[in-house]
Design a protein around this ligand. Structure first.
Ligand SMILES: Cc1ncc(COP(=O)(O)O)c(C=O)c1O
Length: 410
């Protein structure tokens, strides 16, 4: 079974726009286009129900029902309970609040481990706790590949470890880390594990139960949805953190990690992501009742197509002595997300980026907020790497355009 790309692209209003359609959008690790069901829900909620939810008026009830539906369907998709899903303005903001909420659980001298590979969103907030007496240990990358050695973690954790913060797949190195394996090691010493799934989630199903993580971070604007962050927090951890909402809301799980009022319509529109996945499932496959199963099946369709997209680019770059690819240079979707970051010994990343933009390839260069990783690789963070990132809606000719430009500019 292969992905019906015409069906997929017809579900994205962006591709119907003549100017947008002229670009090969390969900056998906920065942000994906929104799927039609998301745009429809957002339009409907902004048009009909952009009011405070939960009161007796009809628009207010529409708003409340939409938010509740998002909580239910997103939780089911993660294999989590609705009370375990927290919506916040962004992942960076969610971790900021989470670090403040978890700090009272620990004593001075307790330890946390952060990686050199993570986006700053799941790094800086934890490192800053050193100012409050927490001992921060750094899990370093191999400076030639940007990869983490999983066994090296054993040297960093012990009886005082309270937290390990790591990424499921880096937004630059893209290689998938063995989260369940790490979770087992961290739990064995009594710590918690916070996993940044922002770069992994657009490519497949996330089952927090199978990953056995305590927190899973997700940014809906990279998974065909609106600009909102979502954070799975295991129920037992949610009870243990210090409440961050207004004092009179103390008993409510949905406000524990929410110091501010959320954007109701945006939360309501998030369910459109799952509606989109369900449309894909219904178009390609026989009906299945379990939502995690449906997303897993859709994820398998994505993986097959994404492997075809990324393989020629990785093969082209592997053939060149003047180019280094960050992370494992393997097209296998079980090994890496289809995000390719590279640098050249002959051309600056800015020059390569300029040539790609001139050919209407939407991409980027720099450190992508994985500043520490880029520095560890020995690169100037301002110039950094060129990043070309794909998702399932990309076409083979988007990648062919990249290859034509690279052949010339390199
Ligand atoms: C891997 C990764 N983690 C975290 C973030 C931060 O997400 P947000 O923009 O929702 O704060 C990003 C954003 O680029 C990211 O790529």
């Amino acid at each position: 079974m292969t992905l019906d790309l015409d069906f997929v692209r017809a579900r994205f209003p962006a591709f119907a726009d003549p100017e947008t359609a002229r670009w090969a959008h390969l900056e998906n690790a920065g942000g994906s286009y929104a799927a039609g069901p998301v745009v429809e829900l957002l339009t409907e909620l902004f048009s009909r129900a952009k009011v405070q939810p939960g009161w007796g008026s009809a628009p207010s009830q529409v708003a409340a029902a939409a938010m509740e539906r998002s909580r239910q369907v997103m939780a089911a998709t993660f294999n989590a309970g609705p009370d375990e899903i927290h919506f916040g303005p962004s992942t960076s903001q969610n971790t900021y609040v989470l670090a403040r909420a978890m700090r009272p659980m620990w004593l001075a001298g307790d330890e946390i481990v952060v990686t050199e590979q993570d986006h700053e969103a799941n790094s800086g907030v934890w490192r800053r706790l050193a100012e409050t007496g927490i001992v921060v240990k750094e899990w370093r990358v191999d400076p030639s590949t940007g990869l983490l050695d999983i066994d090296a973690l054993d040297e960093l954790i012990g009886e005082r470890t309270r937290l390990v913060a790591m990424t499921h797949a880096s937004n630059v190195a893209a290689t998938i880390n063995p989260v369940a394996d790490v979770a087992a090691r961290v739990h064995a010493v009594g710590g918690h594990i916070v996993v940044d799934g922002v770069s992994f989630a657009p490519h497949g199903a996330v089952d927090v139960d199978a990953l056995d993580c305590d927190v899973y971070l997700y940014s809906a604007y990279k998974t065909y949805g609106p600009h909102v962050g979502m954070m799975y927090t295991r129920g037992s951890l949610l009870e243990a953190v210090a409440h961050q909402g207004h004092f009179f809301n103390e008993g409510r799980p949905d406000t524990r990690l929410t110091p501010a009022g959320p954007d109701h319509a945006v939360i309501g529109a998030t369910a459109g992501i799952v509606d989109y996945y369900d449309l894909l499932h219904a178009h390609h496959l026989d009906p299945v009742a379990d939502p995690v199963e449906r997303i897993r099946a859709v994820g398998a369709l994505f993986a097959g197509h994404e492997r075809e997209l990324v393989a020629p680019l990785l093969a082209f770059l592997a053939d060149r002595d003047d180019v280094t690819v960050v992370g494992a240079p393997v097209a296998d979707p079980a090994v890496r997300a289809p995000t390719v970051s590279f640098h050249s010994s002959r051309r600056s990343s800015a020059e390569i980026y300029g040539a790609l933009i001139a050919a209407r390839v939407a991409c980027g260069h720099g450190h992508f907020y994985a500043h520490r990783l880029i520095t560890a690789l020995g690169l100037d963070p301002d110039d950094g790497v060129v990043r070309v990132s794909m998702v399932h809606y990309n076409r083979a000719d988007d990648v062919a355009r990249v290859l034509t430009v690279l052949d010339e500019v390199l």
